[in-house]
Design a protein around this ligand. Structure first.
Ligand code: AMP
Length: 182
């Protein structure tokens, strides 16, 4: 069973790779960013709470994503495995995830870090044209990544769960590398 946590900076290609791998393995691709964007588009209570943080490149409050991940991981389709993309985003969320997985009798073998140089990240994000991909917001998202999310690399390394993949290769090469690992 594949249960994979995909780590990497914004623009590293997590979403693209997670989608491909999830399709190949027929398991859900769980992206907190996608779920939050859908909630914003539908103007749900969650969306209304999350929108201003997202527009500024800040993380939304932990409790919002923690609640939605709990809901998502207990769905029937998630019992066949999953790929997490964009969660956890800080150490608090990572600790919560470990506790949740213990509680619902799930585990994971690895957290895979997609490594991409900073200047490549900015270029990729500018090319995406997403609403929150203005240069100022991109810069802020990278700062938030370095201060809050990058510490997860050490968190998973200490647990001997960390694997790294060079994300600065062609799309197909990265997919092949990820496939080899899972
Ligand atoms: P992403 O699509 O993963 O780049 O996420 C887009 C935006 O959604 C981020 O800039 C955050 O504002 C918010 N977001 C997504 N996942 C999380 C998370 N796990 N914790 C906090 N905020 C998140």
């Amino acid at each position: 069973m594949v249960r994979l946590i995909l780590l990497g900076a914004p623009g590293a290609g997590k979403g693209t790779q997670a989608k491909l791998l999830a399709t190949l393995r027929r398991i859900p691709h769980i992206s907190t960013g996608d779920i939050l964007r859908a909630a914003v588009a539908q103007q749900t209570a969650l969306g209304l709470k999350a929108q201003s943080y997202m527009d500024q490149g800040e993380l939304v409050p932990d409790q919002l994503v923690i609640d939605l991940i709990r809901e998502r991981l207990i769905q029937p389709d998630a019992q066949q495995g999953w790929i997490l993309d964009g969660f956890p985003r800080n150490v608090t969320q990572a600790i919560f995830l470990d506790e949740l997985l213990a509680e619902i009798d799930q585990g994971y073998s690895h957290a895979v870090n997609l490594e991409v140089p900073n200047e490549v990240l900015v270029q990729r994000m500018l090319g995406r044209g997403r609403k929150d991909d203005t240069e100022e917001v991109i810069r802020r998202r990278l700062e938030v990544y370095h201060s809050q999310t990058a510490p997860l690399i050490d968190f998973y390394r200490k647990q001997q769960k960390l694997m790294s993949v060079n994300g600065d290769l062609s799309l197909d090469e990265v997919t092949a590398e990820l496939e080899r690992l899972v």
